[in-house]
Design a binder for this molecule. Structure first.
Ligand code: PEP
Ligand code: MG
Length: 596
């Protein structure tokens, strides 16, 4: 029976496919398709893993001390019985044979199916056997891991897309950590759905950068959607339609084609300069997460990188952070790929919903009682790890010998942090000089994402060459709304007058001081705000490459001078969104009059 699940739209477009449910803890399990010729080999891997676990458990049972609790042998028997149960092993094999899933993926898919059946059991004793099943699967996954992935296995999430015309797939999970989401970059999934998360959570941001329809904060989605259900994701409205009727399916296939045509049409603007109707040039820059994204930025017509979120190089490294040389190579790769265009590298912004270790925001929230968004994050973390920070600064300075590099510092709020940052930069330069290592000059900018920084902007402008407004955090910290928490997502309001006043004031003050100012938060890539920001005087926008053409289209149709005339009215309104719409309607009417 068809039904709908509602969440928050984070990435445009329509995706249609079958559900692949993945438990959060298993998102990092390798997901890839195997070639048909490898099916037998994969089944053999499964068989070998099962034999190894059976053996492990039999040895455990044999060696149980005489005084062991009497339940233990019975428990081991239950585990052994599960290992021989066709519902687990036979059905797992079927996922490999029919879907061409790799062994690990097949096992987690079957675990989802069985776990759900256990959840629905009336008998409490039987319901609790789910934990045994999970333990057995965990052992099997470990055994598969020990046996090593076969040599042909691509990186997690990467698809061979070699399984011959099967159905498209949509990933459904309780939560996906940002770094895990990034692994799905070249993946098989045509859409994502998560139970938790806000519109500007980093998981949502990465989903948007993948340019794949996604819905987050869909609450119960991973509980009510079943493995293999047909799904439609309406990424514009934040709706998931489960098991749609043929008529609805047809309607959405039509919309899917329309939105593809619209994208194609917009992409023709790629090489056009972004200039307003009244002749104001506007800089459209790209936000990237990895050096490899630079090519997409260039292809989309970006005139530089306005935000390279360097922390993605640091995540999921199992405690081993990238060294200076590794970072230098990564930054240099991005700089060279941009072919002389400027690259703004932000120093690491780890913490909050971007933990170093493989942990989703949800797990983070539950494991740490304190509020991580207000904790040791971004520059605070960097300053607490001075040698790591200098290492990153040296790598960025060295990369700047290969092109135009700007250095951007996140989450500053205190003058003492500004002073310590510049001391660290000077020390890094000195270390490079002493080691006779070549390095270039960088312009240094501050992110304005804490209200304190916006309110004391003149002090920031004395020290920095430019500022970049991080609206995602500025909204979070101005309104005291955790941007990753779907429970308060309805209060996360970019239209709030206080937010708009801070943004407008930052743009105005920076321009008056003759300093560069851009916006690199999600507002910059949202067409709903383009005229507003232009009217405030903004001439530099940084966004996901996939958004550049849509924003350019709005820039080309805007008259920045006229928009500026109405900004004070919008800013002083209790309902800026309504005032802004009125301003646009009036502008359109005036234009119509003038052309008649
Ligand atoms: C922001 O806060 O707006 C920003 C661009 O930084 P991030 O989203 O990485 O926190
Ligand atoms: Mg930020």
């Amino acid at each position: 029976m068809s039904f709908q699940v509602f969440g928050l739209p984070v990435s445009r477009g329509v995706a249609i496919g079958r559900a692949v449910l993945v438990a959060s803890s298993r998102v990092d399990v390798a997901h890839y398709f195997i070639e048909p010729s490898r099916i037998e080999g994969e089944i053999e891997r499964l068989r070998a893993a099962r034999d190894a676990v059976v053996n492990e458990l039999e040895v455990l049972k044999r060696d149980l001390p005489a005084d062991a609790p009497s339940e233990l042998p019975a428990l081991l028997d239950v585990h052994l019985m599960l290992l021989h149960d066709e519902a687990l092993t036979g059905a797992t094999r079927q996922w490999v044979i029919e879907r061409h899933y790799n062994a690990e993926w097949a096992l987690s898919a079957q675990l989802e199916v069985l776990a759900r059946q256990f959840d629905e059991m009336e008998d409490e004793y039987l319901r609790e056997r789910k934990a045994d099943l999970e333990q057995v699967v965990e052992r099997l996954l470990r055994a598969l891991d020990r046996s090593g992935a076969p040599a042909f296995a691509p990186a997690p999430g990467v698809s061979e897309r070699d399984f011959g015309g099967e159905d498209p797939l949509v990933l459904v999970a309780n939560d996906i950590a940002p770094a895990d989401m990034l692994q799905f970059k070249k993946s098989v999934f045509t859409g994502f759905i998560t139970d938790v998360g806000g519109r500007t959570s980093h998981t949502a941001i990465v989903a948007r950068s993948l340019d794949i329809p996604a819905v987050v904060g869909a609450r119960e989605a991973s509980r009510i959607i079943r493995q293999d259900d047909w799904l439609i994701i309406d990424g514009d409205a934040g709706i998931v339609i489960v098991d749609p009727s043929p008529i609805v399916l047809e309607e959405y296939r039509f919309r899917q084609r329309q939105s593809e045509l619209e994208r194609e049409r917009l992409s023709r603007l790629r090489h056009k300069a972004a200039v307003t109707l009244d002749g104001e040039p506007v800089e459209l820059l790209a936000n990237i997460e990895m050096p490899g994204d630079a090519s997409a930025a260039l292809a989309a017509g970006a005139v530089g990188v306005g935000l390279f979120r360097s922390e993605f190089l640091f995540m999921n490294r199992e405690g081993e952070l990238p060294g200076e040389d590794e970072q230098y190579e990564a930054y240099r790769a991005a700089v060279e790929a941009m072919q002389g265009l400027p690259v703004t590298i932000r120093t690491v912004d780890i913490g909050s919903d971007k933990p170093l270790d493989r942990m989703s925001a949800n797990e983070l929230r539950h494991e740490h009682a304190l509020n991580p968004a207000l904790g040791l994050r971004a520059i605070r973390w960097s300053l607490s790890e001075p040698s790591m920070f200098r290492q990153q600064l040296r790598a960025i300075l060295r990369a700047s010998a290969h092109g135009k590099v700007q250095l951007l510092v996140p989450m500053l709020a205190h003058v003492s942090e500004i002073r310590l940052t510049f001391e660290a930069i000077a020390r890094a330069q000195q270390q490079l000089s002493e080691a006779a290592r070549p390095y270039g000059q960088v312009r240094v900018g501050a992110m304005i994402e804490v209200p304190a920084a916006a309110l004391m902007l003149p002090t920031f402008l004395k020290h920095f060459d430019f500022v970049s407004i991080g609206t995602n955090d500025l909204i979070q910290y101005t309104l005291a709304i955790d941007r990753a928490d779907e429970a308060v997502a309805h209060l996360y309001d970019p239209w709030h007058p206080a937010v708009l006043q801070l943004v407008a004031q930052t743009i105005r003050t920076a321009r008056a001081a003759g300093k560069g100012v851009s916006v690199c938060g999600e507002m910059a890539g949202d067409p709903a705000f383009t005229e507003l920001l232009l009217g405030m005087g903004l001439r530099s926008f940084s966004m996901h490459p996939s958004q550049i053409s849509a924003i350019k289209q709005r820039v080309l149709r805007a008259d920045a001078r006229r928009l500026a005339l109405h900004i004070d009215e919008v800013l002083s309104s209790e309902d800026p969104e309504a005032a802004y719409r009125q301003m646009l309607t009036a502008a359109a009417a005036r234009e119509a009059l003038e052309t008649t």
